[in-house]
Design a binder for this molecule. Structure first.
Ligand code: FE2
Ligand code: FE2
Length: 190
């Protein structure tokens, strides 16, 4: 990490970039100008992976268990979200791998590593509420991570930004469903 781009030359020439890449082939995608701490990044991403996996499980469970006359549309929505959470988990796992880590898919300790919780929900409205809460936690957590990664690791930041946009849609979908099924929003804005 010593030979960073000198402050007087904003862009490195191609030859320098190639030489640096060759010097540290064993580091995989981590080039010497990587300003983040790969170990710390992997640790953070393991918790994002756990969060996404818990979301996959929760939405999948809800998509199967939801019952009642008006549940068909909601089940489909839950299933769609489960699929998107799965895509997020895969993207995060790939990034962990690129950074030299091993994505942690171990079910043991999954709930503790995750920022969001697994809650089965007693009925349709409960399920929607649980999902809305989980999405809001994810949105808050990911916004914080985007600020943290900033320019230190733009690749990870951009990935999280993409995920965040989808989580915001998810939260919005759950909010709309809640209003449709309960007639009022559950969570008052602070
Ligand atoms: Fe997600
Ligand atoms: Fe989500």
């Amino acid at each position: 990490m010593t030979d960073l781009i000198p402050p007087d030359s904003f862009l490195s020439d191609v030859q320098t970039l190639r030489d640096r890449a060759r010097q540290s082939i064993e580091d995989g995608a981590i080039t010497p100008d990587y300003q983040g701490d790969p170990r710390k990044t992997v640790e953070i991403l393991q918790s994002v992976l756990a969060t996404e996996l818990v979301c996959v499980l929760r939405y999948t469970q809800h998509s199967i268990a939801a019952a009642g006359i008006s549940s068909q549309g909601v089940k489909a929505e839950f299933a769609e979200h489960a699929k998107e959470e799965h895509e997020h988990a895969l993207a995060v796992a790939e990034r962990i791998n690129q950074l030299g880590g091993t994505p942690n898919f171990n079910p043991e300790g999954l709930a503790t590593r995750s920022a969001s919780q697994f809650a089965a929900g007693e009925n349709l409205v409960d399920m929607i509420k649980e999902n809305l809460i989980a999405e809001r936690i994810a949105v808050e957590h990911y916004r914080e991570l985007i600020r943290y990664f900033g320019d230190k690791d733009p690749t990870t930041r951009v990935m999280i930004e993409g995920i965040l946009a989808v989580e915001e849609e998810h939260a919005d979908d759950m909010h709309d469903l809640l209003i449709a099924h309960e007639g009022k929003p559950m969570i008052e804005d602070k």
